[in-house]
Design a protein around this ligand. Structure first.
Ligand SMILES: [Zn+2]
Length: 113
């Protein structure tokens, strides 16, 4: 899910989030994460930061602790099977053996190639 969907699922009121004056880019997002702001949901130290784009309140920081992040994992941009194929092909091109673990079956599958 994207950041907006995560905020909705976690019940975060966008009005309560810190405004982001400009599109922050990776460097500013990384700097914010290193400052460990409080989780926007539960107040624990956050582990990841992102921006939601709320139509009423504009862009706002969404900071999530580990538990809140794991409750709202990001959506892969392609199916997992295609991502695994791509990684295997990239590893093969440079002569590396790829050992990949997925959580599709409870983190018990080892996919090697
Ligand atoms: Zn949290």
């Amino acid at each position: 899910m994207n950041h907006e969907e995560a905020a909705l699922k976690l019940g975060v009121d966008p009005a309560s989030l810190t405004p982001v004056p400009l599109a922050p880019g990776f460097a500013k997002t990384w700097a914010r994460m290193q400052g460990e702001p409080r989780c926007s949901v539960c107040g624990r130290p956050s582990r990841t930061s992102g921006v939601i784009h709320d139509p009423t309140h504009g862009p706002r920081w969404l900071d999530r602790c580990r538990e809140c992040f794991l409750a709202t994992p990001p959506t892969l941009r392609r199916p997992l099977s295609q991502a695994i194929t791509d990684i295997r092909e990239a590893a093969a091109e440079v002569g590396l053996r790829a050992v990949l673990y997925t959580d599709e079956d409870g983190r018990q599958d080892e996919l090697s190639g």
